[in-house]
Design a protein around this ligand. Structure first.
Ligand code: SF4
Length: 420
């Protein structure tokens, strides 16, 4: 049986696709662009565009092999089951919680039965140097624009013992970097019978001797407690890279988003982190065109982002998500205005990225070499501790090693350096 899987959306969704593929390892897993008997489309619904892309992939699958069965899962499938079930290309809409039983689901659909794979690999291996580990799912916050919490439900944390075991095993196997992922990482542990926190989990992970690098995915501003910052500062293996969703730099819009912090709180947090981690890479998410966003409210966001030391931006155009409070709010912003504002912010994002890159020319960065960039140039590429993509000409022997690289120039927006 040939099975093809594809994913849209966040790292957690990618992790879950990997887990499904791993439990189906007794089948022949083929790229999504090839002919398969079963296609699994792991959808996303964070914006209207994600819904559109999900439907496109579903149609592509059936066009590639009209005889194939198409299974649709993920957050779009979770929130819009009726819409997707009505598509003629869809054979089955599978809820997120059934992803772990994909083998049984496929066996119930097809004549040929797949055996259970006993050798399940832990951790999502993004590129054989870096592994992703899911520490929680769901979210207890109530941001007014967010459909993810509807799709994923309430917070569910993995126990600290299970996380520590998985991280230790992966790092002992030779993975140089582990990335902790989830929907709302900062809420980790509050739902467990023995409540704990992300800070305490990090402290335990800091003691895993074989773990060279630990990276965190996105953390909400309100989750940066004093304890968390203190522990982060004390860890040797924590990457100085933080992704903190801002969403808006205007207090009134933040209030309407139900985000419980002000622009000034965010400004203070970033400056505090900058003092503790002067070379940190800092990313953020920002939503443009939230209902009622005026020109001056957008300027507040623009100015705050301009002022803060972001190294990259993810800009999202607001689109009303069914079932959310924001979808019912009056004064939805015109699409042309959203487009113009997004373009301005994306241009600012590019400028900020370049300014950040320039700081490190002449300096030495610690880089995990992941792979060959291409066969033509012979360049290798990897990510620095502070999330800069670096290119270097060297022998393949340094792949999956953490090297010190002296940056000598930026060429075509790429940072080039030499191993020291
Ligand atoms: S913190 Fe807000 S935006 Fe993030 S998943 Fe929870 S509700 Fe959605």
């Amino acid at each position: 049986m040939r099975i093809a899987l594809t994913t849209l959306g966040c790292k957690l969704n990618q992790y879950e696709t990997w887990q499904m593929a791993s439990s189906l390892a007794k089948a022949e897993i083929v790229p999504f662009s090839e002919i398969a008997d079963i296609y699994v489309v792991n959808t996303c619904t964070v914006t209207k565009h994600s819904d559109f892309r999900s439907r496109q992939l579903i149609r592509q699958a059936k066009r590639r092999n009209p005889e194939a069965r198409v299974i649709v899962t993920g957050c779009y499938a979770q929130t819009q089951k009726e819409v997707l079930s009505a598509l003629p290309e869809v054979d089955l809409v599978m809820p997120n919680e059934d992803k772990s039983s994909i083998l049984a689901v496929i066996n119930s659909l097809s004549q040929e039965k797949l055996p259970v794979n006993e050798t399940l690999e832990a951790g999502f291996l993004a590129d054989y140097t870096r592994a992703f580990v899911k520490i929680q799912d769901g979210c207890d916050n109530q941001c007014s624009y967010c459909v993810v919490r509807i799709a994923r439900g309430r917070q569910k944390s993995v126990t600290p013992e299970a996380v520590i075991e998985e991280v230790s095993r992966l790092s002992e196997k030779g993975y140089q970097e582990v990335v902790l992922t989830g929907i709302q990482l900062g809420g980790y542990g509050t739902d467990l019978s023995q409540t704990t926190s992300l800070a305490r989990l990090l402290l335990s992970l800091g003691a895993v001797k074989s773990l060279r690098r630990l990276r965190l995915s996105s953390i909400e501003p309100l989750n940066f407690t004093d304890e968390l910052i203190e522990i982060m500062t004390s860890l040797d293996n924590l990457c100085h890279h933080f992704h903190i969703p801002l969403q808006s730099g205007d207090d009134e819009i933040l209030r309407k988003m139900n985000r419980d912090y002000s622009a000034s709180d965010f400004w203070k947090l970033v400056n505090r982190l900058k003092n503790n981690f002067p070379e940190m890479g800092l990313g953020t998410d920002v939503i443009v065109g939230f209902p009622g966003e005026t020109d001056s409210q957008f300027e507040n966001t623009y100015n705050l982002i301009e002022e803060l030391p972001f190294s990259y931006l993810h800009v999202f155009s607001f689109s009303p998500r069914p079932g959310t409070a924001a979808a019912q709010m009056p004064a939805q912003v015109m699409p042309e205005i959203i487009k113009q504002r997004s373009q301005r912010l994306r241009a600012l994002g590019k400028e900020k990225k370049l300014s950040f890159q320039k700081i490190f020319v002449g300096q030495t960065l610690s880089v995990l070499i992941e792979k060959k960039y291409d066969d033509e140039t012979g360049f290798l590429t990897g990510l620095s501790d502070n999330y800069l993509r670096i290119f270097t000409e060297n022998d393949d022997k340094i792949i999956n090693k953490i090297c010190n690289i002296n940056i000598h120039k930026i060429y075509n927006n790429k940072m080039l350096g030499r191993v020291t």
